[in-house]
Design a protein around this ligand. Structure first.
Ligand code: KIV
Length: 276
């Protein structure tokens, strides 16, 4: 009987939470992107993207909403299932949508759905230090968690706008403390969105787990962008921390490869895509 990557007995997967952690300690940067379907997941995987996030950004770039708030568990589970089918060796991360981890029971039930029905290998939740018990409860069940700090789009109506976080010294200290306490609670990865590069550098140096940044400067262990932003097809204005890799690349596969190369070599993000 021949072996194939679809055999339940054989796995071709190479990228794991543990391998990304090892890469951090060996000084290897990794490239991550969002995806929402099997075709783009397969292209990203072929280009060397090591982490694919099925982000609740799908509410904005796929569904056309003005925020991520309307996204439900059913939506994320569905898109995660599509992405997991297309991803070859990349680690698949499923996003916990608004209010899906409001209680620890909700978090357990919904993270289990993302893994069992969607095929996610790690779940991401937007949080502060207040989510420590949730992270601990998931981690205790063997569920890898990425804690998303800094700009938390699910909190946009509370914060008032999509804006840079951690600029003031007190706010920077809160973010540093939150990152440390969520790691202590069992987070296997941290994601920093829209924070000054100097703060992201400190958090990355302090953390033992990989730190992936978006609008957080070049010193994070990995970089992530919303796929549609880096292909220049997001309706409206592209975020200033993103870059259109399709312009000049000639094809989607070439754009994805250019992004991976730029992240790994440390040429993206440059200062024009960075906040201080
Ligand atoms: O939902 C998403 O795509 C995200 C990224 C912006 C990191 O959380």
């Amino acid at each position: 009987m021949g072996t194939s990557k679809t055999s339940p007995l054989v796995t071709s997967r190479r990228i794991t939470v543990a391998s990304l952690r090892k890469g951090k300690h060996e000084g290897r940067r990794f490239a991550a992107l969002t995806a929402y379907d099997a075709s783009f997941a397969a292209l990203e995987d072929a280009a060397g993207v090591e982490l694919i996030l099925v982000g609740d950004s799908l509410g904005m770039v796929v569904q056309g909403h003005r925020s991520t708030i309307p996204v439900t568990m059913d939506h994320v589970v569905y898109h995660t299932r599509l992405v997991a089918r297309g991803a070859g060796s990349a680690l698949v991360m499923g996003d916990m949508p608004f209010m899906s981890f409001a209680t620890i029971d909700d978090a357990r039930r919904n993270a289990a759905r993302l893994m069992q029905e969607g095929g996610a290998e790690i779940v991401k939740l937007e949080g502060t230090g207040a989510q420590g018990e949730t992270v601990e409860a998931l981690s205790a069940q063997g569920i890898p968690v990425c804690a998303h700090l800094g700009l938390r789009p699910q909190a946009v109506h509370k914060v008032g706008a999509y804006k840079i976080q951690g600029r003031e010294p007190e706010a920077a200290k809160v973010l540093m403390d939150d990152a440390a306490s969520l790691e202590q609670a069992g987070a296997d990865m941290l994601l920093l969105e829209c924070v000054p590069a100097s703060l992201a550098k400190k958090i990355t140096e302090h953390a033992q787990v990989p730190v992936v940044g978006i609008g957080a400067g070049v010193h994070c262990d990995g970089q992530i962008l919303v796929l549609y932003d880096m292909l220049g097809i997001t309706p409206g204005r592209r975020p200033s921390f993103s870059k259109d890799f399709l312009a000049g690349a000639g094809s989607v596969p070439a754009a994805l490869e250019a992004y991976v190369e730029a992240v790994k070599s440390g040429t993206f993000p440059s200062t024009e895509h960075t906040f201080d």
